[in-house]
Design a protein around this ligand. Structure first.
Ligand code: 5GP
Ligand code: ZN
Length: 143
């Protein structure tokens, strides 16, 4: 628990939230300032700032909850689709420094945009640069 973290305070029941799912490792609750009806946040109960800080077992539990809750949330609000995403770090727009996955229901013609709309200008990468990046990632992932 991190004393001044609002999501830790929600886990501890010190701040009220509309909790929609809870197990030993994970809590899910409605976003207080929703981008759509049913906008849900899924967090590990333990305080970790970004995905990189989350231990593998906890990450698996968060993904499992996202996986099971997403179709339920969609059904309940009669959504046509959803965006499921993390703002992973401050430069990516993360405001609450306790890692959380967003389930944002989407509706045909809702005027929203795809996940591609969140990044800045597209880089112009040559084939050999893409090859190098792929090689570096695959080498590091195999370590
Ligand atoms: P971030 O930008 O960090 O990915 O998103 C933080 C999200 O947390 C925002 O969508 C915001 O509306 C939501 N949020 C911030 N404070 C609270 C709170 O006290 N309760 C709940 N339920 N959601 C919150
Ligand atoms: Zn926290």
């Amino acid at each position: 628990m991190s004393e001044d973290c609002i999501f830790c305070q929600i886990v501890d029941g010190e701040i009220p939230a509309r909790v929609v799912y809870e197990d030993a490792d994970v809590l899910a609750f409605l976003d207080a300032n929703p981008l759509a009806p049913g906008h849900t946040l899924v967090i590990p109960k333990d305080h970790h700032e970004t995905l990189d800080d989350v231990p593998p077992e906890s990450g698996e539990m968060v993904f499992a909850a996202l996986h099971s809750l997403t179709p339920i949330v969609e059904d309940v609000v009669d959504a046509d689709a959803s965006n499921v995403a993390f703002n992973n770090g401050e430069a990516a727009g993360q405001e609450v420094p306790h890692v959380h996955g967003h389930i944002i229901p989407r509706f045909d013609g809702d005027g929203g945009r795809p996940i591609h709309a969140i990044a800045g200008e597209r880089p112009d990468l040559a084939d050999d640069e893409l090859d190098d990046i792929a090689d570096d990632i695959s080498a590091a992932a195999g370590e």
